[in-house]
Design a protein around this ligand. Structure first.
Ligand code: NI
Length: 136
């Protein structure tokens, strides 16, 4: 059997404010800098979804990429695009919306939608230079 990794990239814009409830306002301002700005700021997020699975002997696909794109758009882009993560998404009501936490939230949503026979791995770009991966 041949295992192959397939990737699908999608995009969303969202605003957030980084603020930890474990730190004082002064500590937050010092640590997160501009990202702690009370009036929020935006990012152009790129999400790359990686699936690893067997090549289907009939279709020779690992996964239908059109379907994968639709799942990501429906489950993630619809929920995250043009939203204020702190205010609009209940997941971040008490969770600091760092890239580390965002990728974990996205993983938990997608994991329920992708059959467990596929290994799922995500990479989230917050900027061109800063990105995170989960699972690591
Ligand atoms: Ni930011």
């Amino acid at each position: 059997m041949t295992k192959v990794a397939v990737y699908r990239k999608e995009h969303f814009n969202a605003a957030h404010r980084l603020h930890s409830s474990f730190m004082s306002d002064a500590e937050n301002a010092a640590y997160f800098g501009k990202c702690n700005s009370p009036n929020y700021h935006g990012h152009n997020y790129e999400i790359i979804v990686k699936l690893i699975g067997e090549v289907d002997p009939k279709t020779r696909y690992v996964f239908d990429m059109k379907l994968l794109g639709e799942i990501i758009k429906q489950e993630i882009v619809e929920r995250f695009d043009h939203k204020n993560l702190n205010l609009d998404l209940p997941e971040f009501k008490n969770l600091n919306p760092t890239a580390e936490n965002i990728v974990k939230v996205i993983y938990d949503i997608l994991r329920k939608k992708i059959d467990s026979r596929y290994e799922l791995n995500l990479r989230l770009y917050e900027t061109e230079r800063n990105f995170v991966e989960f699972p690591s």
